[in-house]
Design a protein around this ligand. Sequence first.
Ligand code: ZN
Length: 192
Amino acid sequence: MIRYKEPVSGLIQCALGEFPSLSVKVMLVAGMADQEGAWGQTWWPDASGELHPDWEAGIDALIQIDGGAPYYAIPDILAHELAHAVAGPDGGHGDVFADAYLRIHKAFCRAAGQEPTPEQLAELHELIDCARTGRPFGTEPASDLVGELNTAIDFAINHPDGDAGGIAFLRQWTFGDQEAISAIENRGVRNA
Ligand SMILES: [Zn+2]
């Protein structure tokens, strides 16, 4: 016999345990990450009722996962897309999505005989925030000031008078504060 222990079917069972009425089709596709920048996508009929070509009768949502995703990442990608399926086409990454995503992951942990640790929960909350804000996982959330700095840097980089104009703009924006100018220059202008 061959007993192949793999996490994906376990995650599916956990999701069904939490949301027994889920009815979705999950398929692997090629090239989605390259073409659309997403490892997973969830589809519903559009407003006119038009269906995705891979739609099947009886499903409420169609999930596509890029088959090039690292195998170890697929349970999380699937949990994310199943949470979209629970939240529905208008749910985005809102509270219903977040609740479903956390419930599926917690059930997955418990099925493996572990209570989710505070570190695991913090990571899941960070992943939700990344989905909401578009920031890459593991980077700091942008404060308002950092957001403003980045806007200023973008403007300076694209300054019509080139680098000199950009630096002059930064100098003006920071009221001539040399420390701030150096910080900004080192942040982005040099790497432009
Ligand atoms: Zn998402």
